[in-house]
Design a binder for this molecule. Structure first.
Ligand code: URP
Ligand code: ZN
Length: 455
């Protein structure tokens, strides 16, 4: 089956050009001027940008967490992804105590495969770093699973990995071409703060922020970077949200170390002031939104190339779930939504001149593809999967729960005015979203085995 996208402006991370895109059997065959393909379905893309689909490197779909599960299952989450121009998601599998890596992934893959509307892969959050698990890094990488996350927090939830675990994992990652990611916050300081606030009856969402303010995150960023530097091992910091951590990343990168920083749209857009709002509980996620200085530092880091990826940490909980903590912030399930907002948000920033369209493509598509070894993704080039987004920079759009495709009953992005919007999303050549309508199907998405790093 052939598809010819004609007359658009193709934007890759390196450059843009006026070009047609010819797709055959789900793969980009040719990119060039005045292409012809008799019999092909022709799509007129004049006035539109033709972009590689975004890769959301951080989602938590039907994620068992905080005594409940996130509200989007693999179907709803990947449906929302498709409608936001995300053609691949990385979801997190949590290793339970005693489990092997592939043993942990197998049941999640079985759950995901029949429901996924776009392609997917997994990062594995390790919680039990036994010698057997360390030994399994190489087999996991060979099975297309070369990235592992360590929670430096959630001590009372039994998820935390200590410094010795971080060092062992980093060392082994170097031997195996795998990549260690960290959720960096200091658990002991957080837990002491929480105990103090509870004893004082300070239980509103504002105290979620005050229990884990800027230095709590920065200390852990700096600690993780320290260990990565000491071993000269690559490190990926998920959802970076503070200025001091951003500076530590900048310094390490400038000194020649491979430190990747990811941030999320919620940290670029909201500040800790949201926790004073009547709906403040809906913004409770970890790390929390920080102050204006941190937000400014993240934008600068993004513009200057020290933020390598923007992903969402999509982990929605319904109003009813969030209400568990209406009188006590410690009972609010942690997480916010965003998979449908990631690309439109970044492209809006490009449309307004805050970043370039190339930068939006770089951090939302090209870099996650390169960092995590998705060799067929991340660019509009011959041989790549035909994961293609058509973006109309002149079509204003206001985000509302009524025009989103998640199963969640509200969105933290309600009322956000965007200057342009996604017209269509193609996943491996198949139209899965067009003008507000989801056109994909459960089970279409495939597991993408990721390539290990060269070492
Ligand atoms: O609040 C968040 N971020 N929830 C999801 C789990 C995590 O820490 O990434
Ligand atoms: Zn996290």
């Amino acid at each position: 089956m052939e598809l010819l996208i004609k007359g658009g402006t193709v934007v890759n991370a390196q450059e843009r050009c006026e070009a047609d895109v010819l797709v055959r059997d789900g793969v980009i065959e040719e990119v060039g001027r005045h292409l012809a393909a008799p019999g092909a379905e022709v799509v007129d893309a004049s006035g539109l940008l033709v972009l590689p689909g975004a890769i959301d490197a951080h989602t938590h779909l039907e994620f068992p967490f905080n005594g409940t599960a996130s509200a989007d299952d693999y179907f709803a989450g990947t449906r929302a992804a498709a409608c936001g121009g995300v053609t691949m998601v990385f979801d997190f599998v949590t290793q339970r105590k005693g489990q092997g890596i592939r043993e942990a992934v197998a049941p999640r893959d079985a759950l995901c495969a029949p429901k996924a509307c776009v392609d997917y892969s997994f990062h594995v959050a390790l919680t039990d770093l036994t010698p057997q698990v360390l030994a399994e890094f190489s087999d996991a990488a060979a099975a297309g699973l070369p990235s592992f996350k360590l929670y430096m927090v959630y001590k009372r939830d039994g998820l935390m990995m200590n410094d010795a675990d971080i060092v062992a994992a980093l060392r082994r990652s170097k031997e195996t071409g795998t990549l260690i990611a960290v959720h960096a916050e200091n658990p002991d300081v957080i837990d002491r703060n929480i105990d103090t606030f509870r004893a004082e009856g300070k239980l509103s969402p504002w105290y979620h922020y005050l229990s884990r303010p800027e230095p709590v995150e920065a200390e852990a960023d700096i600690r993780a970077i320290h260990w990565a530097k000491s071993l000269d091992a690559p490190l990926y910091i998920v959802h970076l949200a503070n200025a001091e951590g951003m500076q530590a990343v900048r310094d390490a990168v400038n000194a020649g170390y491979t430190i990747y920083a990811e941030t999320c749209p919620q940290y670029l857009h909201f500040t800790s002031e949201v926790y004073k709002r009547p709906d403040g509980r809906n913004f409770v996620c970890s790390p929390p939104m920080k102050g204006q200085a941190s937000q400014d530092a993240l934008w600068k880091g993004l513009q200057e190339g020290y933020i390598k990826t923007v992903a969402t940490d999509h982990c929605p909980f319904t109003q009813a779930q969030k209400d568990w903590g209406k009188d006590d912030f410690t009972k609010i399930p942690n997480g916010c939504m965003g998979v449908e907002n990631l690309y439109p948000y970044l492209l809006d920033a490009a449309n307004r001149g805050r970043i370039s369209f190339e930068k939006a493509v770089e951090v939302a598509s090209r870099n996650p593809a390169q960092i995590f070894g998705c060799t067929k993704k991340g660019a509009i080039l011959p041989g790549k999967d035909a994961d293609i987004v058509l973006y109309d920079p002149h079509h204003p759009f206001t985000v509302s729960v009524s025009n989103m495709h998640s199963d969640c009953d509200y969105t933290i992005w309600e009322g956000l005015e965007l200057s342009g919007y996604i017209r269509s999303t193609y996943a491996r050549g198949r139209l899965v979203y067009h003008d507000g309508d989801f056109l994909g199907e459960a089970g279409y998405g495939r597991f993408v085995p990721c390539a290990p790093r060269k070492h």
